[in-house]
Design a binder for this molecule. Structure first.
Ligand SMILES: Nc1nc2c(ncn2[C@@H]2O[C@H](COP(=O)(O)OP(=O)(O)OP(=O)(O)O)[C@@H](O)[C@H]2O)c(=O)[nH]1
Length: 372
């Protein structure tokens, strides 16, 4: 090798080393395992803009989730847009010059198409029919009021829809989230963590969906965005009950207020599902009581969703329903069908893919969004 060539090789090597060193220096810090456990209040973190979005976030870019109050008002447009056909369709039918049996049949069909279910649809039509006959009214405003009242009665504003997330002394509240895969379970757990963080609660996540490693990664990312740690197993196919137990133990040790446990729904048969969910619940109860079992149902799946709901309700005592994807369906009537079918209230609704697009369910606002 000539001396000139040797100098060129040395110069090239120095340039390569400088580039590699530069890249290493510029790389963002990696999230610690288990998420961030430090401060999560924007007020505690200088130089942060509200609503800032980042992927791999160090502690200084934690997000401040929107408070749950008023979310449904913000998301009302999405509910109204997708369920417009139902509300407007009914009002058009009711404001016909003559409301004869054919019109009532059309009203019933509209309700059935919105997944209200046969019994509820019949009941609504019969009640409206009676009131229209007695009042003899044709005034659209009055008909709208009647429709609103009858629909509200079906949705039932008297049900207790509060989430049981109050901790006992020395024990966090435990919320188990169940449902088939793809309905939006992991997303819901992530969104719910944000609702609780906005209420200033200390949350712990348990990634007991061990069928898919990506599900735990997904959950961990949700948690990291708001400073919530996740207990998970690095091993795909690990025992979900043991991960759930570890999460609750960690919640007790770290004095968390609430532990949210995501589970797997990818099970081949009913017996397997019952065994697994039963075991997860029993094992958790060795450490703390399970306060809430939320069943997540995809509102776009209609009757299929009802069938799934029944299978889960047999496997474990459901205390509340989360209806996801209500932004993408005209089948808002599923709220009534599910509540009636299971005897369990809808407590939360998903109205989009955004991190704060999960709202506490409110019967009045729900009916108003459909009818107004
Ligand atoms: N439009 C809309 N999409 C939603 C809503 N909730 C969840 N999704 C989407 O549904 C898809 C599935 O959500 P996941 O949370 O991964 O579902 P999962 O039930 O946990 O599925 P597995 O992890 O496979 O068991 C994602 O693309 C979510 O963004 C909602 O309320 N509205």
């Amino acid at each position: 090798m000539t001396p000139e060539l040797m100098w060129i090789v040395i110069a090239a090597a120095v340039v390569v080393l400088l580039v590699v060193f530069g890249v290493l220096l510029l790389r963002k810090p990696k999230a610690p395992k288990g998420g961030y456990q430090g401060t999560r209040d924007l007020d505690d973190v200088p130089g942060l803009d509200e609503g800032e979005v980042a992927e791999d976030r160090p502690v200084s870019t934690l997000e401040r989730p929107e408070s749950a109050r008023g979310r449904l008002a913000r998301l009302r447009g999405r509910l109204a847009k997708s369920n417009n056909v139902l509300g407007k369709g009914l009002l058009v039918l009711l404001s016909r010059e003559r409301i004869d049996q054919d019109t009532w049949d059309e009203i019933e069909d509209t309700l059935l198409m919105a997944d209200l279910g046969t019994d509820a649809s019949l009941e609504l039509v019969e009640n409206l029919k009676k009131r229209v006959r007695v009042d003899g009214t044709k005034d659209p405003a009055q008909l709208k009021t009647m429709l609103r009242e009858e629909m509200l009665a079906l949705v039932d504003p008297t049900l207790d829809r509060s989430l049981r997330t109050e901790s006992a002394p020395g024990k966090p509240a435990v919320v188990l989230v169940v449902g088939v895969n793809g309905v939006g379970k992991t997303t819901t757990v992530g969104k719910l963590a944000r609702v609780l963080v906005a209420e200033d609660k200390d949350v712990m996540l348990g990634a007991a969906d061990t069928f898919r490693a990506a599900a735990a990664d997904q959950l961990e990312t949700w948690g990291a965005r708001v400073g919530v740690p996740t207990v998970r197993s690095e091993q795909e196919g690990a025992d979900p009950a043991s991960v759930a137990y570890d999460a609750v133990k960690a919640g007790i040790e770290q004095e968390s207020d609430v532990v949210l446990v995501d589970t797997a729904g990818r099970l081949q048969n009913k017996a397997g599902l019952m065994d697994q969910l039963g075991k997860v619940k029993r094992v958790i109860e060795k450490a703390a009581a399970v306060d809430e079992v939320l069943l997540v149902i995809d509102a776009t799946t209609g009757q299929n969703g009802m069938t799934q709901a029944r299978v889960f309700a047999e496997a474990v005592d459901i205390t509340g329903i989360v209806l996801t994807k209500l932004d993408g369906t005209a089948k808002g009537g599923i709220v009534v069908a599910i509540q009636r079918g299971l005897g369990v209230p809808v407590k939360l609704i998903g109205l989009g893919e955004g991190p704060d697009d999960l709202a506490p369910f409110n019967a009045e606002q729900f009916v108003d969004a459909i009818i107004d």
